[in-house]
Design a protein around this ligand. Structure first.
Ligand code: HEC
Length: 107
């Protein structure tokens, strides 16, 4: 009996942890659909580290929009020591520019 309740407890914790991770709601209405479409939200939050860095921390690097667009297609893991490498993402230019401009608008 004890073992089972322990199992259920772990399952609940795992669910809560997962819920905290994948929250597209944190993004503004115009960016949220893009985060969902390209699954960015699974690894990035606006202001906290997840699998990847917070977008606010990316904004601090003061990249140009073009540079961010380039990094989505061809990440440079050496820019983020201590993080796993990001997989190259295929995002059409229009959407990539929208995301990059939004990242740079963060403070
Ligand atoms: C599977 C997890 C994952 C997904 C999905 C993901 N990222 Fe990342 N991202 C990371 C990690 C980890 C890093 C830091 C290591 C790196 O840059 O390789 C990162 C870094 C970045 C950086 C900083 C690049 C740099 O060199 O400073 C940007 C910008 C970025 N991601 C944007 C995006 C966008 C936009 C999407 C969706 C199109 C996305 N990421 C999807 C994990 C992810």
């Amino acid at each position: 009996m004890k073992k089972i309740s322990k199992l259920i407890f772990s399952a609940v914790i795992a669910l809560v942890a997962f819920g905290n991770q994948a929250k597209a709601e944190d993004f503004p209405a115009d960016i949220k659909p893009l985060m969902q479409k390209y699954t960015c939200f699974a690894c990035h939050k606006v202001d906290a580290r997840l699998v990847g860095p917070a977008y606010k921390d990316v904004a601090k690097k003061k990249y140009s929009v073009d540079k961010i667009v380039g990094l989505m297609a061809k990440p440079q893991p050496s820019n983020w020591p201590g993080y796993p490498p990001m997989a190259p993402m295929t995002v059409p230019k229009d959407d990539a520019v929208k995301i990059a401009k939004w990242i740079n608008s963060l403070k």
